[in-house]
Design a protein around this ligand. Structure first.
Ligand SMILES: CSC[C@H]1O[C@H](OP(=O)(O)O)[C@H](O)[C@@H]1O
Length: 364
């Protein structure tokens, strides 16, 4: 999407530098910094340190990491080592495993001399496919927004709530949860987006940056305000992203999503999840029981990063010395709380029947 009028993807290949370029999201929303990703350690650091983040973007980044690994050493053994090294960075988002498995399946049958070029071409394909998948999710989600807008007085905004950043910078472009918003805005539909701060990394400061850059009205709220707004009829629909959705439609997403879904269910507010097919984990049914949720460590929650009055990006401690933090990074919303899944092929029920009917070729 656009940054100060210039179109960007969240990652791109620089043929002159012969290296992947990324937006280093740690400095957003205050500074727009890009960097080259040159070594395999750079790739791992980019994912672990959340320089790149968001399930689809993590997957695309790992595909380029595998391409680098093949340029270094295209042997079967090194491919397996690179698979493990990259997978161990942030394994909750299933797109990482999906992308690495897709690379391995495509590359293993090839002569080793052909693997490096094929791996880079595949990484480009994965990135380009992500853009089109998200564009289609946007068009399918637009129908939901249009239905809401049609029931409102002309010009009255459709009020959406989103949690965490499932925006264009969480993907290669368009975003998943934000893609319907961009399509609706581009179609002239008035919107107002409630943007949950999403502690502890405050990813919705990134969503605010995205929406502001695109001219979409939004209000940044605390994570705990969403239920109140829904109780008072201030939310027409909730749309979130997902890091891993199970074959029966349980949704693993950023911590706090489950609480939004409970509030939406209690107040009769539609709760939709934007779901690209690479984010479906067909090997798991019960998300609560079978998706491991990693604690990302206490420093993310006992400190907060921001820009001080001198314009410097810094972090400050918000808890007393000696107070320990608990920081589960994701939670799982059971499918019973999900109104529907907005995929690139259409909108389906959050159920095994719904997903297997939509993706008979993928469900196994
Ligand atoms: C389009 S996937 C976005 C998904 O990823 C985010 O997690 P993180 O920022 O930790 O990578 C969050 O769960 C979003 O919903």
């Amino acid at each position: 999407m656009k940054v100060d009028g210039t179109h960007y993807r969240s990652l791109w290949w620089d043929a002159k530098k012969d290296a992947l370029q990324i937006i280093d999201q740690r400095w957003l929303p205050h500074e727009f910094r890009t960097q080259s990703v040159v070594t395999l350690q750079d790739f791992a650091d980019a994912i672990i340190q959340m320089r790149v983040r968001g399930a689809p973007l993590i997957g695309a980044t790992a595909a380029y990491g595998m391409a680098l690994a093949m340029f270094i050493d295209p042997s079967d053994a090194h491919m397996a080592q690179a698979w493990e090294f990259l997978h161990n960075t942030r394994p909750t988002a299933i797109n990482l495993r999906w992308a690495l498995n897709r690379c391995q399946t495509a590359l293993l049958p090839l002569p080793v001399a052909d693997r490096a070029g094929a791996a880079l071409a595949l990484a480009h394909d994965i990135a380009n496919e992500d853009v089109e998948i998200n564009r289609q999710i946007g068009l399918n989600g637009l129908n939901l927004i249009q239905d809401i807008a049609a029931k409102k007085p002309s010009g009255e905004p459709v009020r959406l709530l989103t949690h965490c950043n499932a925006g264009w910078i969480a993907t290669v472009d368009w975003g998943t949860a934000t893609s319907p918003m961009y399509h609706a805005h581009n179609a002239g539909i008035a919107l107002h987006i409630w943007v949950d701060e999403t502690r502890p990394r405050n990813q919705d400061a990134l969503t605010s940056w995205e929406l502001g850059s695109h001219g979409i009205a939004h209000t940044y709220i605390t994570d705990n305000a969403g239920g109140h707004l829904m109780q008072h009829g201030q939310v027409d629909m909730v749309i979130t992203g997902t890091d891993r959705t199970t074959r029966r439609g349980d949704v693993c997403n950023k911590i706090g999503t489950y609480l939004k879904a409970l509030a939406a269910h209690d107040n009769g507010v539609p709760f939709y999840v934007a779901l690209p097919s690479p984010t479906i984990d067909w090997t798991v049914a019960d998300g609560v029981a079978d998706i491991p949720i990693k604690d990302r460590g206490e420093r993310e929650i006992t400190y907060v990063m921001g820009r001080n009055n001198a314009g410097q990006i810094t972090e400050v401690q918000v808890t007393p010395d000696g107070t320990h933090g608990g920081n589960p990074a994701f939670d799982v919303t059971p499918n019973r709380l999900v109104s529907g899944l907005i995929t690139e092929r259409g909108i389906c029920d959050a159920s095994e029947a719904g997903l297997t009917a939509m993706f008979p070729d993928l469900s196994g």
